[in-house]
Design a binder for this molecule. Structure first.
Ligand SMILES: Cc1ncc(C[n+]2csc(CCOP(=O)(O)OP(=O)(O)O)c2C)c(N)n1
Ligand SMILES: [Mg+2]
Length: 891
């Protein structure tokens, strides 16, 4: 094609495009959006039939979803809200800068909030509902790194004083400080949801919104128009947890859920998607999942340009833009924008002619424009039948200017020099003198100033301040001992597993008049593994749609029953999702004043190991309930091998101070622990949750001996004193089903080696260890007072002989209590990788079976000089201990 022809062609195409667009505009004006949709659909079909395939795209153009003419009228005072926002910005910045001046390296974040200020302020002034007057209120997951802005607002509201702000990140200072991020554990009257481990907030918000509907559908809570808001970073969407459950939110039609993604295009190290566009990527993902997507890309100053753009070139240029370029425009300024953005096409240069470079530089992104953000929120709260995500384009470090606006270092910026402070002050019009500005003082106008009056009034009208954690549940009565009696009686020789006992306890609790309806059984597709399938029919599986099909097993007694008021949360294969439900149910006592009691039952290896970060967040949130680790124990779960056999979840649970962890052996122990758990958490209102491992080995459950309840709860008690009166004395500590191995060892030792060994059941090394640490500490700090004894010291006082422990968990658990025992402890456990093998072979391999326990006891006595070498050698032979066997720790 020669140059002339090419130009000609181009002209024709431009003319053609213009004509088509004008026709479309005509149709839109006369026939409305529905007619346009129909026409485009027909065109698509026609093109398809003519062999023209349109590439699949879930994207709309890179412009605002809500066109200018559909924006609602902004009901607020633009100017006063801008002034309030500036004050919050200043104080948030000052808080971080001061903290770092005082204590370099203490950290803090300016840039996240700086980018999100408008997103929050529109929420605070117009949408977020509080819980005053017993309103249900909204549940708001604030982005963790934006906490300085949330504190700064609470300061203006008069909820936090300057001293508290001064002690941001100095929580141990006199009078207390402010926690770095949202932590209910540290600020229980302020924060509700811990969000700073990225990805946890969004998925917890999804399951929270679903749980709210569950409560409504089950009649436990009245219907409300409360919303769950989750504010998150664009970089945060890389976390698998963030996007991992979004299809559930759409499937469940969670129109009570709103995600606001602050697309400042940057994460910590640099751009989120320098080479493409994060907003477009997320639009496609959320749309594909069935969400209502609202893009807020451009501020109002772009509207006249878009309107004047008859050729569609501006939209085309916007579509071409990539995030790396957008970021560069912020740093470079107006002339650069003119040259590189508008300069690409002569039409656009022409379009921008009316604007000075300063104008171009000042043209806002959508997320900084209150009217655009208001329009998006308004549309979101009115959306029915699906969740909404708002993708708001912002600038990281907005307003920091040279100090870090849009720069790659901005995330970690926490110091501003004098010039930068002055610039910030002037830009946001804070009345602080040049002289004072270097000290970055906090600034709050008088109580009766228009700003404070406006802000307080708005919050009053919206139901009070947020965030605010309010606990408003009533305590419940622990079910009576009658319910548990059958478990104290034993099984009369019938062989059952602790898993079966657990399911029976759960079934009985579900039938209890007072608490039955409050129980929330949660399973990630493992109900049949644990023998819980009878519950399907009995209490139903929750489904917001009921059951629209006839289940294949309808004729059977235990059919798969889904129901709108179903009680079980059958989550499918998602431990993260199930744990999020557990957290929603276990914190409902606070968020809704409803004492739901979750029992989340899972494969123990896929619990703490898989979702440990959630377990930590649950404790931070003061969550209650029972985590039940099923098929537990590295040697008790036979056959499944390395990836399934759990021998360390109790070690992981040990690290969370408020978790009560138990590894019970017998039916009565389990019953005592669960009853005590309900009592502590829901009657005494202690902030803790339980982790209990249950195993699948069947054996006869003994009758509860007299006077053991306290020991079961505290963590250990003597279960069986040896009948032998031999001087060779030993104590065998056993837990879980390995307790049976210690009982067998006790017999071997008495019969064949004249050793008198007492057997202790240890239900919780964690409890014993924590108690001993606490007593030691008290003694250390109170040398003048009468020194105390820890529980383990009390119960073992005066016991002679050696101690040998064995459990299906790693050695470190029992070793944690060794220094408080009156004799030397040798610990047997299951450190190492699991194997696919029989239970018997596994116990031999890990050296936790009866013969290894007996042999180890004899060796310990030999070490003490109580028996001679010959006897040891003979025992080794008789007990068939192979010294050359594989070392489980190294193989
Ligand atoms: C699980 C987890 N990994 C890493 C971090 C450390 N971290 C804190 S903020 C941040 C970047 C956040 O970027 P983005 O989500 O885009 O938020 P922005 O600050 O830009 O709003 C990182 C990596 C964290 N808090 N949590
Ligand atoms: Mg970001």
């Amino acid at each position: 094609m020669n140059e002339n022809k090419k130009e000609n062609r181009q002209e024709i195409e431009e003319f053609e495009t213009r004509e088509w667009l004008e026709s479309l505009e005509f149709v839109l004006r006369n026939g409305g959006p529905e007619r346009v949709k129909q026409l485009l659909h027909d065109l698509d079909t026609y093109a398809h039939e003519a062999g023209v395939e349109l590439p699949f795209t879930a994207n709309t153009p890179y412009v605002n979803t809500i066109p200018k003419d559909q924006e609602p009228k902004f009901p607020g005072g633009r100017e006063i809200e801008r002034r309030i926002k500036s004050l919050v910005r200043w104080n948030a910045m000052a808080m971080v800068v001061r903290a770092n001046k005082l204590d370099p390296g203490i950290g803090g974040h300016i840039s996240t909030y700086a980018s999100a200020a408008t997103l929050y302020e529109i929420g605070f002034n117009h949408f977020f509902k509080g819980k005053d007057n017993n309103n249900q209120g909204d549940q708001i997951y604030f982005q963790g790194h934006a906490s300085p802005g949330i504190y700064a607002r609470a300061y203006l509201e008069g909820r936090l004083d300057a001293k508290k702000l001064h002690n941001f990140r100095h929580e141990l200072a006199k009078g207390g400080g402010l926690s770095s991020y949202p932590h209910p554990h540290l600020m229980p009257e302020f924060w509700e949801f811990p969000t700073v481990s990225m990805g946890l907030g969004p998925i917890m918000a999804i399951y929270q919104a679903r749980f709210n509907k569950y409560l409504e559908n089950r009649g436990l809570k009245s219907q409300s128009d409360s919303k769950v808001w989750a504010f998150l970073g664009d970089g945060e969407t890389d976390e698998p947890e963030t996007l991992g459950a979004i299809s559930l939110a759409a499937r469940e039609q969670l129109d009570n859920l709103i995600f606001v993604i602050n697309c400042n295009l940057q994460r910590l190290d640099g751009p989120v998607r320098g080479n493409s566009k994060i907003i477009q990527e997320l639009e496609a993902v959320f749309k594909g999942a069935g969400w209502n997507v609202i893009k807020v890309v451009w501020g109002s100053d772009w509207d006249p340009l878009l309107e004047a753009d008859k050729s569609g070139m501006l939209t085309r240029r916007m579509n071409e833009l990539i995030d790396g370029e957008s970021q560069k425009y912020i740093v470079e300024g107006g002339d650069y924008i003119r040259e590189h953005f508008f300069g690409k096409y002569p039409e656009l240069l022409e379009l921008a002619k009316q604007h000075t470079d300063e104008d171009l530089e000042r043209m806002k992104r959508g997320g900084h424009d209150p009217e655009k953000v208001y329009a998006a929120y308004k549309a979101a709260v009115n959306t029915k039948g699906r969740p909404t995500v708002i993708l708001a384009k912002t600038v990281k470090g907005y307003g920091l200017g040279e100090a870090g606006e849009g720069k790659n270092i901005t995330h970690s910026q926490k110091k501003l020099n004098e010039e930068e402070l002055k610039e910030f002050r002037s830009r946001f019009g804070i009345p602080i003198s040049d002289e004072d500005v270097v000290k970055a003082p906090f600034y709050k106008p008088e109580e009766d100033s228009p700003e404070i009056t406006y802000l307080k009034k708005r919050r009053q009208e919206l139901g009070g301040y947020v965030p605010k954690r309010i606990v408003r549940n009533q305590k419940i009565h622990t079910p009576s001992e009658d319910l548990f009696k059958e478990f104290y009686e034993g099984t009369d020789g019938r062989e059952v597993s602790t898993t079966m006992v657990y399911v029976r306890i759960l079934t009985k609790l579900l039938k209890d008049k007072e608490i039955g309806k409050l129980i929330v059984p949660i399973v990630p597709d493992e109900a049949r593994t644990f023998g819980m399938e009878a519950l399907f029919r009995q209490i139903g599986i929750y489904s917001s749609r009921g059951q629209l099909y006839e289940p294949v097993d309808r004729d059977s007694l235990l059919y798969y029953k889904e129901a709108k008021n179903g009680q079980i949360l059958e989550e499918g294969i998602t431990e993260a999702g199930s744990m999020s439900s557990f957290i929603a149910a276990g914190t409902a006592y606070a968020s809704h004043g409803i004492n739901t009691i979750p029992f989340f039952t899972f494969y123990s290896m896929f619990g703490f190991q898989r979702i440990g970060d959630f377990a930590w967040a649950a404790a931070d949130m003061k969550c209650k309930g029972f985590l039940i680790g099923g098929t537990a124990g590295r040697t008790t779960l036979a056959g499944e091998g390395l990836q399934h056999q759990d021998g360390h979840s109790h070690v992981l649970a040990h690290s969370i101070t408020t978790v009560k962890a138990y590894d019970p052996a017998f039916a009565y122990e389990l019953a005592i622990i669960i009853r005590d758990g309900i009592h502590r958490m829901y009657e005494l209102q202690e902030d803790c949750y339980y982790y209990i491992t249950v195993m699948n080995e069947n054996y006869a459950m003994p009758k509860m001996p007299e006077g053991v309840k306290e020991g079961v709860i505290k963590g250990m008690y003597k279960y069986k004193t040896s009948e032998s009166k031999s001087k060779l004395k030993a104590h065998l500590l056993g837990s879980g089903s390995i307790l049976n191995e210690t009982l067998k060892a006790q017999e071997i030792l008495a019969k064949d080696y004249s050793v008198s060994a007492d057997v202790w059941s240890v239900t919780s090394y964690k409890n014993i260890h924590y108690d001993a640490l606490e007593v030691d500490r008290w003694n250390r700090l109170n040398p003048d007072k009468k020194q105390k004894k820890s529980y383990v010291q009390e119960v073992t006082e005066g016991e002679k002989g050696v101690f040998v422990s064995a459990s299906d968990y790693t050695q470190i658990l029992s070793e944690s209590i060794s220094k408080w025992l009156p004799g030397k402890l040798t610990s047997l456990g299951t450190l190492g990788f699991g194997r696919s093998e029989s239970r018997e072979a596994l116990r031999d391999f890990f050296e936790v079976d009866a013969k290894h326990i007996a042999y180890t006891t004899l060796y310990a006595l030999y070490e003490e000089g109580k028996i001679d070498k010959e006897m040891i050698k003979k025992a080794m032979k008789d007990l068939k201990i192979n010294p050359d066997k594989l070392n489980p720790i190294k193989s």
